[in-house]
Design a protein around this ligand. Structure first.
Ligand code: AN7
Length: 344
């Protein structure tokens, strides 16, 4: 049978109310891509779960199909979220698909171009906040407590239900959980969801390496960060809503949450691209963490099955590339100029 999306495929495993409809863009079912060169380098079987191949270009679509399907089924007419960008684009797409109004609050000037364009294209009312993601999230929580507008941030439990499906898919492909799961951590909905998914699916449990950006690492520092900064704007979050659960996932899995520098993130992004997988900076944090930990002897990769979750597509944040990669040379439109440049 042709693939019909996550709710159709996994509804029996998701704790969704009976009124939940099925608003789907055929999200999920993303590839688990083997990475032969990285595998050789680290003496392991390394795979990328490429979540950038979801309909709006990030893993957020997994939770959003569930959250919007529930909201519209209960009669909501307007949904709202705070976002560093990907949630905004996803909420906008699924809300429009369901015929709902969507409002997204983003930190002014700190959302990557592809995400902002997506949110607008899909029809959200985009509001820039003169503040951080965390400020935007508090406002969204307040307005949804005081009005009938439905909240679709990952505080919404149905987001977590939907996002569990990524763990199911990994187990289905590998026929068991991997030894390690490495992923970026921002608001901590995703790490919470993966851990819940692996526990529920009972195909074994991975150790979990959650990776924050050094300038936005509240879970590593042990306290909120008032002015989070990082080039990986997707995870520029100082007060993770599900921080406690993220720490629990790390601890229960015998894993940990660490921080990596922006330079390490950009380097991991390049490495992934050099093996054919272009992801946005935040999405490279999982690999950056693995590399950093392995370099200091804290992560024995040898003989392990490792899944690196790449949460969003490189196209989301094109401008970062022109800054960190070489920009294209310009030549006159003639053969001599071409030949002298390529030096064949
Ligand atoms: C590419 O879109 O928080 O730890 O508002 O876009 O579940 O928050 C995005 C987060 C990782 C972190 N990778 O996931 C938002 C938002 C990418 C992301 C994360 C995000 P969580």
């Amino acid at each position: 049978m042709t693939y019909q999306g996550l709710i159709h495929r996994y509804r029996h495993l998701l704790d969704l109310p009976a009124h939940t409809l099925n608003i789907s863009l055929l999200e999920g079912n993303t590839p688990l891509i083997p990475m032969p060169r990285l595998s050789t380098e680290f003496g392991c079987d390394l795979f990328v779960k490429f979540e950038g191949l979801n309909p709006t270009g990030s893993f957020k679509d997994r939770g959003m199909t569930a959250a919007i399907s529930e909201a519209v089924g209960r009669g909501a007419q307007t949904v709202i979220c705070a976002s560093t960008g990907n949630t905004a684009a996803s909420a906008a797409a699924y809300a429009s698909r369901a015929g709902l109004r969507s409002i997204v609050l983003i930190p002014e000037g700190k959302v990557a171009a592809g995400k902002l364009a997506g949110a607008i294209a899909y029809g959200a009312e985009v509001i820039q906040i003169q503040g951080s993601f965390d400020d935007a999230l508090s406002l969204v929580v307040e307005i949804t407590q005081k009005t009938s507008i439905a909240l679709v941030n990952s505080i919404n439990p149905y987001r977590v239900e939907g996002q569990k499906t990524a763990a199911f898919e990994i187990c289905d492909v590998l026929e068991s959980a991997p030894d390690w799961l490495c992923l970026p951590v921002g608001n901590a909905g995703n790490i919470t969801s993966y851990w819940a998914g692996f526990k529920q699916y009972q195909k074994g449990l991975p150790r979990v390496l959650g990776v924050q950006a050094a300038g936005s690492a509240p879970l590593v520092l042990g306290h909120p960060v008032d002015k989070p900064e990082t080039i990986a704007t997707a995870i520029r979050i100082g007060r993770p809503a599900r921080g406690e659960q993220a720490l629990e996932a790390a601890q229960q899995s015998n894993g940990r949450i660490i921080a990596v520098s922006d330079a390490e993130i950009l380097s991991a992004q390049k490495i992934l691209a050099s093996e054919g997988v272009w992801v946005e900076p935040a999405s490279a944090a999982g690999l950056a963490g693995l590399i950093a930990e392995s370099a200091i002897g804290k992560f024995d990769t040898r003989g392990k099955k490792i899944v690196v979750v790449c949460t969003g597509h490189g196209l989301k944040d094109p401008s970062i590339i022109t800054e960190s990669f070489t920009s294209p040379k310009i030549i006159p439109a003639n053969y001599e100029a071409l030949l002298s440049l390529v030096g064949a």
